[in-house]
Design a protein around this ligand. Structure first.
Ligand code: COA
Length: 257
């Protein structure tokens, strides 16, 4: 029943935004070449109605994935834990993070890494490890094995883009430091062609394409939870239609990072 109601509500909205089929076309994407581009004007109209569409690729880079070696200059990775240093590193690469979001990330156990080349910052990223990645657009807290990492908000300085820096970052993150490789996870806006290409070059593959239709941040109609290697417990992962209020809304706000 929920499925039928959900489909009736979602169909016109997804069609307005240029999607072919809202709830049937949610299977694992076979490759990265099937990106669809809904028109921008439809998205803007929906935003004015406080309706948002999220179309997300979940990707993984298998442990022992391809190694890339930069010719020159090589990159070095530096972890920073203090808020002032993190803000300064963001600024140095032309990125920005609101102070509240920064504190939420640190509070939720995310780690911040700065990548330098030729002695200057060229990229930043956050990583989630030893727990789970909360995909707030879908309200899923996806657990990982203890030695795995999830890349969050990677940002390459504009003047360094297109030079395969992201592939180097992925290689660095895939190295556990004890000679053993680790699995790395990521999620990307399906329509972000540059990021999807960068992930492909870095050896990631799409394991799921998932979507959510959000009404004013309170009601969400979302894809079925994809098959996941570990049990997913939050937030109410089996419901396709989720209402965010009361304790659920509080938990959602706690988990956002
Ligand atoms: C997405 C991003 C991390 C990719 O890093 P990168 O080191 O530039 O990756 P690559 O060098 O592999 O380039 C990937 C794609 O970027 C595009 N690109 C190339 N030169 C570019 C430039 N000067 N500016 C912007 N994009 C460029 C190309 O489409 C390229 O794909 P190709 O394989 O067809 O050449 C980087 O573009 C970035 O920081 N973007 C802004 C933040 C962002 O979107 N982060 C993603 C969050 S998941």
């Amino acid at each position: 029943m929920t499925e039928i109601v959900s489909f009736a509500v979602a169909s016109p909205v997804f069609c307005m935004a240029g999607y072919r089929s809202p709830l049937k076309d949610l299977q694992i994407a076979p490759n990265l070449a099937t990106c669809k581009y809904p028109s921008c004007s439809s998205h803007m109209l929906l935003a004015r109605l406080h309706i948002y569409l999220h179309d997300i690729a979940v990707l993984t880079r298998d442990a022992g994935g391809p190694k890339t070696t930069r010719r020159e200059p090589s990159i070095s990775v530096h972890e920073q834990t203090d808020a002032a240093g993190i803000l300064a590193a963001h600024k140095a690469v032309g990125h920005h993070i609101p102070g509240r979001r920064l504190q939420q990330r640190l509070g939720n156990g995310l780690r911040f890494l700065r990548m330098d080349a030729a002695g200057a910052p060229v990229a930043t990223t956050w990583v989630v490890g030893g727990g789970g990645r909360y995909i707030d657009e879908l309200n899923w807290l996806l657990p990982m094995a203890p030695d795995e990492l999830w890349v969050r908000d990677v940002f390459v300085m504009p003047s360094w883009r297109g030079r395969r820096l992201f592939a180097d970052i992925a290689t660095c993150l895939a190295d556990r430091g004890d000679g053993q490789p680790r699995r790395v996870w990521s999620d990307v806006d399906w329509l972000d062609a540059a990021s999807m290409r960068a992930h492909q070059t870095a050896g990631f593959r799409v394991v799921a394409r998932v979507r959510a239709l959000d009404f004013a941040g309170r009601v969400r109609l979302r894809s079925a939870l994809p098959s996941w290697p570990l049990p997913v417990r939050e937030i109410d992962p089996t419901s396709r239609l989720i209402l965010l209020r009361g304790s659920r809304l509080r938990r959602h706000r706690e988990l956002i990072a």
